[in-house]
Design a protein around this ligand. Sequence first.
Ligand code: UDP
Length: 232
Amino acid sequence: MNKLYEGKAKIVYASEDEQKLIVFFKDSATAFDATKKAQVEGKGAINNTISSILFELLEKHNIKTHFIKKLSDREMLVWKAKRFELEVVVRNITAGSICKRLGLAEGIELKKPLVEFFYKNDELHDPLICKSHALMLSLATEEQIEEMERIALQVNEVLKDFFHSCGLILVDFKLEFGILPDGSIAVIDEISPDTCRLWDAKTKEKLDKDRFRFDLGDLMEGYRKILEKIQR
Ligand code: UDP
């Protein structure tokens, strides 16, 4: 297969249709700007499965995504999209970088969801930016930024309700967006325990990538618990 791009967790290949791509989910785990790395057997397959379930859920709620179908254990067929160099984070509860940046304790419930934009730039370590910076850097137009924010909040409502019904708390998550061949803005990349913080609603156990970041326990055990709960 013709490899187009290799990232930390995925490889993107061309497909027979030039409007479609194949995403391959790798078994590598990275954190803290890839200064912490490990191979985790089975992670690629489980993230592909969880991402596929969540993209299908969003599609069911009329939220556009690049997802077409799951091809195999580790492969997903997606629409080719022109990616925005932005990461859009939505937070319901404080954790991670917002605690460090603003001196907050972890676990504070926010009165309303918070949307943050990060500039996707490895050299600069993906800095937090405001909408004016995104405009100044021509990362998107004002309308596109507003639409990404609107979709991100809609995704939050769908995912929060869904995870709640599965006994999970959606603390925060990161989305990426792109423009599809038909010109519409869609959610791209992945939605998995690598990109979401998910806590067990009863025990508050952390089931996501924080297990790897902070050596809280077996990563795959957490990811398997998430999959079991969302498949019920
Ligand atoms: N996140 C991600 N990729 C990144 C940065 C963050 O998927 O490059 C996710 C992360 O897993 C969490 C949310 O976005 O669910 C918010 O992350 P935060 O800003 O707290 O950053 P952290 O310091 O935890 O990476």
